[in-house]
Design a protein around this ligand. Sequence first.
Ligand SMILES: [Zn+2]
Length: 137
Amino acid sequence: MATSTGADLPTVDDDSRVYWDGYREGRFLIARCGACGRVHHYPRPICPFCWSDQVAPSPASGRATLYTYSTVYMNDLAPFRDRLPYVAAMVDLEEGPRVMTTVVGCEPAELRVGMALVVDFQPLSDELTAPVFRPAL
Ligand SMILES: [Zn+2]
């Protein structure tokens, strides 16, 4: 794992802590609105569809499809320079939200738009774990 300077790590606050705790425990949580029933991700305390604050974590299936991607071969900024090449991707979660992430576990040349992916979890530090995606078997 690349060494983190700390500056590249997400800031965990009271609204996002439950999601980060879930990732660390291997549970992929997304946000569901109790008012309109729609889901979104990344989680926000206010529903982006109806502006309700009745948003709560909800388990997601972890299944997704690859919408688009780019393989990054050059990036001089930490921690990315230690991860080259890496895949910056947008994936469509089974529940609907389109999210920015990275795809791991295969060569970039093996990626195909529309391919099935599943969530995996990648530690960023002792406290933080990020959801990533890998090809579904
Ligand atoms: Zn809503």
